[in-house]
Design a protein around this ligand. Sequence first.
Ligand code: PEP
Ligand code: MN
Length: 627
Amino acid sequence: MIIVMKKDADESAKDEVKQILKDDGLIVREMLENGQAVFAAVGSISKEKSFFEQLKGVDSVVRITAPYKLVSRQVHPEDSLVNVNGVSIGSEKIAVVAGPCAVESREQVMAVAREVKRYGGVLFRGGAFKPRTSPYSFQGLEEEGLKLLAQVREEYGLGVVTEITSITQADLMMKYIDMVQIGARNMQNFELLKCVGRMGKPVLLKRGLSSTIEEWLMSAEYILSEGNNNVVLCERGIRTFEPYTRNTLDLSAIPVIKNLTHLPVVIDPSHATGMREKVIPMARAATAAGADGLMIEVHNDPDNALSDGPQSLYPRQFGQLMRDIYVIAPLVGKQVDFEYLDKEKSRSKKMDDGVTSEESAAFLGEPGTFSHKALIQYFGESVVPKSMVSFKSIFKAVYDGEASCGIVPIENSLSGSIHEIYDLLIANDLKITGEITIRILHNLVANPGTQVSNIKKIFAPPQISAQCRLFLNSHESWQLVAVKDSASAVAELKKPENKDNAAAIASKEAAEMFGMEVLEEGIESNPRNFTRFVVVQKEFNRADSPKSKSSMVYSVGNKPGSLFQIMKIFADHNVNLVKLESRPIHGKPWEYLFYIDLEADATSEEFKPVLEKLQEMTDQLRILGAY
Ligand code: PEP
Ligand code: MN
């Protein structure tokens, strides 16, 4: 039962309701939604709905219709995040758990972990107690295997996940492991479910070989009802009549689960397909379908693996898979963050050092803007967002040390480079230390009930109206009013004069935040609309991870072949350029500045010879960043 209290209900009314529920022996969860206290009560309720409805301060009472209660979205409308060794599963960052099927030896786990980390996996998996179909197959290294997993965490900083097959292993798991896995064969081992519920460690709950989604969620309910909310669901394929794959991967479970429960969902294409060459395509599809993470079997020598060799990826294939999902994730509003663990490490190091002043990141506009979204996707919860009124004020705040970094858009795939940012980078001598690309979806937003035929005015910042040119051309009579960012565009609609005859272009999030309605979705001229944001700081990032990309700016005199000479230096040194753009220099007609992005670390020792040659050939040369 869900009991929603009135906005003005006082503490004594809330306490009374809570007490009645507790006296009935129910599990009570308290939440706050839209400023209203909400109680979710689970168990066998002896009183009628009408009894609660007449209590003081009660607004409404709703029955939880599903058989599973604590895992249902009705009880917890927000997505749940499950934290495993600093990795937040269920967030906008896709969490990839990878490693061998079974822990075989110290050499093997260390070799695989090195590759998993290198290519961007954030958690390490490996079985120490293996549930095998045949009693004559390798059964796992048991406690020795758990110790090796703990050494992997020590050495590589990757949290470790392993399967628990019996309640007698609980103490060992508590000692060595960050997340316990309930295997498909044990999904309905209720004693084991209750045991991991009491352990309190994060649980990866695999779907049973022939289980329905409802049975799977009921198993999760066992764990939550013991007080452990840290459950991640893992779809790993179900038994069907199809022999060409080991199992049939039920990707439709993703949207179903997202609707029914707040728990995160991870996809295991390795056990689902049973064949290496099928793993990458299904991992791509799972990402596009909105999975919160992937579990992938990787082995350094799959041909000699002691279990599940045929489905284990070679490390290089795993690297390819990571690159593929890096590209796909932004389409569905998510990210693969190759620096996730480094960021986490530097954050916990700061905490160890006793640095209490929190890092802050300056961004343009208000929460609800795309800049804010980029900030959240890049930093997660690890920085304090600082709202700024202009790009200039962002750069000033970073330069003056009032913000530790800034995040600004530098380039859009439809409207091109944002030159003001390049000018500010040069004028303030800040460095680019990171980048993130997000897909930009624009919507026509207005007060609820507004008719499109009534619209006379539309609010949007210039760079956003440029991305919706075709849509705006089809509404030529509308007056286009430029504002500074998309959140202020929506804020304009709150004014009485804009109540029913005005609209704004903005994200869904901004519309929701201001209680507005989306009249038309996806009004950008081309769906391939991405904006690249960069993180700017006072100094280059000196973290240990190598930088794969750099940005530079240079000018050359108006001499024949001068651009060619520069290009030749890059060609001779095998440096790949990923962007080259020219721009007139103010006050020097027909002389140009060139912006380039290249796939190399321009601050490294190896790059020095290239840099020296470039310096000889250019009038001005600046490294804008390495990231
Ligand atoms: C495993 O992850 O190695 C495993 C045995 O998985 P499942 O329980 O899904 O078969
Ligand atoms: Mn396996």
